[in-house]
Design a protein around this ligand. Structure first.
Ligand SMILES: Cc1cc2nc3c(=O)[nH]c(=O)nc-3n(C[C@H](O)[C@H](O)[C@H](O)COP(=O)(O)OP(=O)(O)OC[C@H]3O[C@@H](n4cnc5c(N)ncnc54)[C@H](O)[C@@H]3O)c2cc1C
Length: 412
């Protein structure tokens, strides 16, 4: 029996298990998936929890609901991959052999990497919303907070869902306006980027929106530490930003198991061919989702598009053919902008987010880089699509390759 082993049963690992179980002959291939936790979180929903739009029960379901019959499931911590022996060691001492390994262990926050972050104000006046615990604690804080300086800060790149901090400040503007205390809340986004986003066209659109909503942006700020006594962010070049309430995206890192296995870069992301999704170091190891170092957004939409490419390449690999499918870095992200509206960006390694319509040229219904109600409904619908279509490895009527149809090239 040949063995295909998937490490991580989150977004990427679950999608791959669902796709592969239908395609591989179960008399020849045994598929096993390993995850340390039994609960699956719909992470995009964490954004809505601080504002009371979602609660914890809206974003969690048992992982077992999504693992297909026929896949062997092991709930255990992966201790180490030994690629030279084609084996994986589990925390409980078990050893799993593989012919093909898919690493899908994602990324997680590492607040301990920033001096002062997990100090006396952590979960009192400093929160994250990248964990369900942080998002729920912030919801409780917001309910009784009476205003002051609200700072949303990004520690360093890369971090998952690059637009989430922008969505957070837009939703904060909406929330405190409806609460009747917006005039008492000064909202600031602190980012290491030169502007609101990475690419010029999207940055212009988003910066205009931030300005309209009276949200300040402090750019090129590289956080060195958090001063708990004086409630200030301190940068490497000794600049300071004061806060009363800080929401932060801590450093994002791959799992420590990647480091123990000698397979990661300095943030424990696995060096991966950005087109084939094969590990740079080992031909029978493939990487899907946030665990890889490919230069596109760490996002569920990316994992979804990439899963179609990886599926084709795994079939090629099994049949001894050269890997024929090539990932173009396609990412598609709704940006919640508050007051029942949203924007949408669609881009890849080569093409920055451009204005236009999506998915149908001239028709849409979604508007690229436009602030519309229909885009907001797209974001809200995404949760249903995630649970019922994406995780189950079903096809969406959107190509894995980014399309230029409906997009307009513009320059300043
Ligand atoms: C606040 C927020 C908002 C977001 N918004 C969006 C959005 O709007 N659109 C979008 O497309 N994406 C969004 N994302 C990103 C998206 O959720 C992730 O990119 C996606 O879930 C990545 O999937 P993954 O499988 O790579 O990682 P995950 O889904 O995180 O899964 C990794 C799995 O590996 C397991 N694991 C890790 N290490 C080990 C180990 N040593 N042993 C055993 N198991 C292990 C974990 O338990 C986990 O189940 C958002 C994320 C956050 C936090």
């Amino acid at each position: 029996m040949q063995k295909l082993l998937i490490l991580g049963g989150g977004t990427a690992g679950t999608m791959m298990a669902n796709k592969l179980i239908k395609a591989l002959n179960n008399e020849e291939w045994e598929i096993t998936i390993v995850d340390k936790y039994r609960t699956h979180y719909y992470q995009p929903g964490f954004l809505f929890i601080p504002f009371g739009i979602y609660n914890r029960h809206d974003v969690e379901k048992p992982k077992s609901n999504f693992f297909p019959a026929g896949v062997k499931v092991i709930y255990n911590d992966v201790d180490k991959i030994e690629p030279e022996q084609n084996q994986v060691l589990l925390d409980d001492g078990r050893v799993l052999y593989y012919n093909i390994l898919i690493i899908a262990t994602g990324t997680k926050t590492a607040p301990e990497e920033t001096p002062g972050l997990k100090d006396k104000l952590w979960m009192k006046d400093i929160f994250d919303f990248y964990t369900v615990e942080g998002a729920c604690a912030l919801q409780r804080k917001f309910k009784q907070w009476e205003g002051g300086k609200l700072v949303m800060a990004i520690t360093e790149l890369p971090y998952k869902c690059p637009v989430a901090p922008l969505e957070f400040v837009f939703l904060a503007d909406d929330y405190f306006t409806k609460k009747g205390i917006r005039d008492k809340v000064d909202i600031t986004l602190v980012t290491p980027l030169p502007g609101a986003f990475t690419k010029p066209v999207a940055t212009k659109m988003l910066s205009d929106l931030l300005k309209d909503k009276n949200i300040n942006v402090v750019s090129e700020f590289y956080i060195e530490s958090i001063d708990n006594d004086n409630k200030k962010l301190v940068s490497y070049d000794a600049k300071e930003v004061p806060f009363d309430l800080l929401t932060i995206v801590p450093v994002n890192m791959g799992d420590a198991m990647i480091e123990r296995s000698g397979l990661g870069d300095d943030l424990n992301f696995v060096p991966t061919n950005k087109h084939t999704l094969q590990s740079d170091a080992h031909q029978n190891i493939f990487v899907l989702g946030d665990a890889s170092n490919i230069p596109t957004s760490k996002a569920g939409s990316v994992a979804h598009f990439a899963s179609e490419i990886l599926f084709d390449n795994i079939i090629d690999y099994i049949e001894g053919r050269p890997l024929s499918a090539s990932f173009d870095g396609h990412a598609n992200c709704y940006i919640e902008t508050g007051f029942g509206k949203g924007a949408l960006i669609d881009f890849n390694y080569e093409t920055e987010p451009l204005p236009g319509t999506f998915p149908l040229p001239g028709i849409g219904p979604f508007g690229l880089l436009k602030n519309t109600k229909i885009n907001h409904y797209g974001k809200i619908m995404f949760r249903w699509i995630y649970w019922h279509i994406l995780l189950k490895g079903k096809e969406l009527p959107i190509d894995a390759d980014m399309s230029m149809a409906g997009k307009k090239r513009i320059s300043f």
